[in-house]
Design a binder for this molecule. Structure first.
Ligand code: PGA
Length: 253
């Protein structure tokens, strides 16, 4: 059985107070969900990670992730955060290659492969994002593009390292737009990704890797999306900023 995961990507939102309230609301709402096997991951801005880590204390079902890390180990990179810094705070997860990083910060496939290496070298579990722009889907080359993103970012790994990766498929046209992929579109791409991972890493590994769907996941469409055989959970943006909606999504698995 693959691990089921719901991760909330808060992006550049919330004040410290809001982040603390959101965390405590989520903690309260999932407290009675004793049988729920979902790994919940909150990805707040870097600045709040330490405070929220302390706030979560021994709560195991809710873990923290960073939204990015730098590809270098240390040095003169003003304003950047290294994987070792995240490790030093005991942050287990890190999102790598979100489409907003690719688009606005011009992150390249080569750079993302380096970030993956840095994260793994520090014992972090990367959530590696891929997904096509609308024009690519309309041109019908979306499967090729996503395969290319996967091979650029991950195909230098060996199978053991690949087992530590979580993949998130996020069609760019569905992010923050209210337009969600249909279950057929999501399942098709997730299966293509899994089969592609199998060609490189073998079936045992490809069957272990959780593949999350992201892009306008909401309380009212999560159940349908999560019912797809190869969708192992979600990477949620907007709806992760409202505790009730986020917990509804978690309960949809
Ligand atoms: P969204 O964002 O849920 O607001 O579409 C998803 C993401 O960017 O991870």
């Amino acid at each position: 059985m693959r691990q089921k995961i719901v991760a909330g990507n808060w992006k550049m939102n919330t004040t410290l107070k809001e982040a603390q309230s959101l965390t405590s609301e989520i903690m309260g709402m999932v407290a009675d969900e004793a049988r729920n096997k979902v790994q919940i991951i909150l990805c707040p801005p870097f600045l709040y990670l330490k405070t929220l880590k302390d706030q979560l204390g021994s709560e195991k079902r809710i873990q923290l992730g960073a939204q990015n890390c730098n590809e270098h180990a240390s040095g003169a990179y003003t304003g950047e955060i290294s994987p070792a810094m995240l490790k030093s705070l005991d942050i287990p997860y890190v999102i790598i290659g979100h489409s907003e990083r690719r688009q606005y910060f011009l992150e390249t496939g080569k750079q993302l492969a380096q970030k993956i290496d840095g994260a793994l070298a520090n014992g972090l579990k990367p959530i590696f994002c891929c997904g096509e722009q609308l024009a690519i889907r309309e041109a019908g080359t979306h499967l090729e593009l996503v395969r290319e993103q996967i091979s650029e970012g991950l195909f230098h790994l060996n199978a053991e390292a690949m087992k530590k990766i979580i993949v998130a498929y996020e069609p760019v046209w569905a992010i923050g737009t209210g337009k969600t992929a249909t279950t057929d579109q999501a399942q098709e791409m997730h299966l293509v990704i899994r089969k592609y991972l199998e060609t490189k890493f073998g079936k045992e590994t490809s069957e272990i890797v959780p593949i999350l769907y992201g892009g306008s996941v909401k309380a009212d469409n999560a159940k349908e999306l999560f019912s797809c055989a190869d969708v192992d959970g979600g990477l949620v943006g907007g709806a992760s900023l409202k505790s009730r909606d986020f917990v509804e999504i978690i309960k949809s698995i």
